[in-house]
Design a protein around this ligand. Structure first.
Ligand code: GLA
Length: 400
């Protein structure tokens, strides 16, 4: 009877056009992949993308979850064509974007591209302002699955409106696209972007350093600090911008510099660990074709990636920040926890986590994820010698 009623009702109500919204269900855990910008900037081509994809199949990155390959800025010609369409630079992409997308899809990848809400991209190529619907249709025709959408040359545009316009354009084009908002945290996107995009940058650009500042680029530790100080300086689970992230909508502290030359191995490993604590998108920003086996092992460590990809989708928070030590905690599914101990000092040191004074964690068995071994229980303090800027990353399992 109920079924009959609903069938009758469905027949009586005319089909309305679907209201614009973001595509749901695409990123229940933070997206992972590769982006050209951090290493290649303007020096990009279809050959680079194809070689990168082939490498990621062979070296296990794709199977570890890195499945979005994203072309950043500088892929287009400097002007639109007579129809107002964006044109891929034929010198860099002679086969065209549709063919490149087909190549990636055939190998199990998703295809990402870059655009900008302003009149121009940050690199000075045509922006999508006033062309949103046209560009979204073009991207759909190329098989684009992910759009990173930047904020240069936007003058007085309102960020929420500008990003909502592109969201609606993507939805109207009909091909599900992960929408990556890149307005650098200027208008506090964590407060409004949940229903507009799937991830939003929280800061200006990262660079391959621990704590250098160059123009508006910052080393990863300074970007990590900003995840707290931008909203509320006090440490704690409900503070910082972590409270705004969750399945389908993630804070983006920017792409990885793991493996790039400005970082020591310890700094790369700690950067990766902390991004996993933040439930951050894991977009490789190194040249994966020429990476060391040690860096590959960091990026494909299954147990560490599983922290980032934990299905509960709760971002970690800073429990303690001292001049030479930080402790971060992340609640995981099934009552488990991830805990990171970071040596923020300039020299190697023996550092501890005083677990008996962190009663909220309960009585747990500890596994050290980089050493890949059991490391006692939370009944006692955990102590480890850590190089400068290195990390201990632990997974805690309740003892029943
Ligand atoms: C901005 C973004 C970067 C990158 C460049 C490209 O700076 O924040 O991530 O996309 O533009 O020009």
């Amino acid at each position: 009877m109920k079924r009959l009623l609903s069938l009758l009702l469905a027949a009586a109500i005319p089909t309305l056009p679907a209201l614009a919204q973001k595509f749901e269900g695409l990123v229940p855990t933070p997206p992972m992949g590769f982006n050209t910008w951090n290493t290649f900037a303007t020096n990009i081509s279809e050959v680079l993308i194809m070689e990168t994809a082939d490498t990621m199949v062979k070296n296990g990155m794709r199977d570890a979850g890195y499945n979005y390959i994203v072309l950043d800025d500088c892929w287009a010609l400097r002007t639109r064509d007579a129809n107002g369409s964006l044109v891929p630079d034929p010198a860099k992409f002679p086969s065209g974007m549709k063919a490149l997308g087909d190549y990636l899809h055939a190998r199990g990848f998703k295809f990402g591209i870059y655009g900008c809400a302003g009149s121009k991209t940050c690199g000075g190529y045509p922006g999508s302002q006033g062309h949103e619907y046209q560009d979204a249709r073009l991207f759909a025709s190329w098989g684009i699955d992910y759009l990173k959408y930047d904020w240069c040359f936007t003058e007085t545009r309102n960020a929420k409106e500008a990003y909502t316009t592109m969201r609606d354009a993507l939805f109207a084009a009909g091909r599900p696209v992960v929408f990556s908002i890149c307005e650098w945290g200027n208008s506090k996107p964590w407060e409004w972007a949940k229903d507009v995009g799937h991830l939003w940058r929280t800061t200006g650009d990262i660079t391959d350093s621990y704590n250098a500042v160059q123009r508006w680029e910052r080393g990863w530790k300074l970007i990590l600090d900003l995840q707290y100080s931008q909203v509320q300086p006090a440490d704690g689970p409900g503070n910082g911008i972590g409270q705004y992230a969750g399945p389908g909508h993630w804070n983006d502290p920017d792409m990885l510099e793991v493996g790039n030359e400005g970082l020591t191995f310890a700094e790369s490993r700690a950067h990766f660990s902390m991004w996993c604590m933040l439930a951050a998108p894991l977009m490789a920003g190194n040249d994966v074709r020429h990476m060391s086996p040690e860096i590959l092992a960091v990026m494909t460590n299954k147990e560490v990636v599983a922290i980032d990809q934990d299905p509960l989708g709760k971002q970690g928070w800073r429990f303690r920040a001292e001049p030479s030590r930080e402790i971060w905690v992340r609640e995981l599914a099934n009552g488990e926890w991830a805990v990171a101990l970071l040596n923020t000092g300039d020299t190697a040191a023996e550092l501890s986590i005083d677990f008996p004074h962190m009663g909220f964690l309960g009585n747990c068995a500890i596994r050290d994820l980089w050493d890949k071994k059991a490391a006692g229980t939370t009944e006692k303090a955990f102590t480890k010698r850590l190089e400068s800027h290195d990390v201990a990353l632990l997974r805690l399992k309740p003892i029943k």
